[in-house]
Design a protein around this ligand. Structure first.
Ligand code: ZN
Length: 254
């Protein structure tokens, strides 16, 4: 039987991801599945304090893998998690969108590797984003060791959105049960950044299909237009204090 690891709370402030992991854990325990391991709060201290990072060294744990045996707190924690995760056949790392943004559930994995593409097809969800990832991310470092691994990104780190939790839970549980999931669209991901600082208002909702030239939002009453067609995968919530170059929209090119 394939061994599956589901991990959340690598970023301690992503409460929706942690809650989803706990709910999957309950289901796994009810069904007495011994091949599934869940770590709901990987970065425990950061989670208890409601922080993204561990306060001791302020390192982003998801840039620290594979970690160091004798490093800082986060490096040692990364080392422990990485060496544990290496024993699994599949690894799913749950995350929420940060910095005032929210997103539709999507898979982030290194799709250049066929085993990750096969994994994405098994997990389903509607979208898998082609990305190179960053050095030090758990899914990137595990992929280098030929272990199928992905992030599922969904919702917001600032609130609990039940509809996204249910979508992610269903996809993960279907994968565990080897059931057929939704068809995956493999898409490119493009960020639209703030041309200036100021007041931002969004004019589109998540999941909207847009065409080149459509108005996506306003920045200080200036229109922000789509420069290509696609689906709105992520959006920044309306704010009076948007910084220049901040990401306003993530558009998936279908
Ligand atoms: Zn995260």
């Amino acid at each position: 039987m394939k061994k599956i690891l589901i991990i959340a709370g690598i970023h301690g402030d992503e409460v929706s991801a942690v809650l989803t992991a706990y709910e999957i854990k309950e289901w796994v325990e009810k069904n007495s599945l011994k091949n599934i391991t869940i770590i709901p709060r990987a970065n425990k201290i950061a989670y208890c304090l409601g922080l993204k990072e561990n306060p001791e060294d302020k390192k982003n744990l998801n840039r620290t893998f594979p970690g160091k045996k004798d490093g800082t707190f986060s490096e040692r924690l990364a080392f422990k998690i990485f060496n544990f995760a290496k024993n699994f056949d599949y690894v799913i790392d749950l995350h929420n969108y940060a910095n005032g943004r929210t997103c539709l559930p999507f898979i982030l994995t290194d799709l250049k590797k066929q085993f990750n593409k096969d994994f994405a097809n098994k997990v389903g969800l509607s979208y898998a984003v082609r990305c190179l990832g960053n050095k030090g991310q758990l899914f990137i470092e595990l992929s280098k060791k030929n272990i199928p691994s992905m992030i599922i990104e969904f919702g917001s780190s600032e609130k609990v959105e039940r509809k996204y939790i249910e979508i992610v839970k269903k996809a993960v549980i279907n994968f565990i049960q080897n059931k057929k999931n939704a068809k995956v669209n493999f898409i490119d991901y493009k960020k639209i950044k703030a041309p200036s600082a100021g007041k931002f208002i969004s004019k589109v909702c998540l999941g909207k299909i847009v065409n080149k030239g459509d108005v996506l939002g306003l920045m200080n009453k200036n229109q922000i237009k789509a420069d290509s067609s696609g689906i709105i995968l992520g959006v920044l919530k309306d704010t009076k204090n948007c910084n220049k170059e901040e990401t306003l929209f993530a558009v998936g090119n279908l």
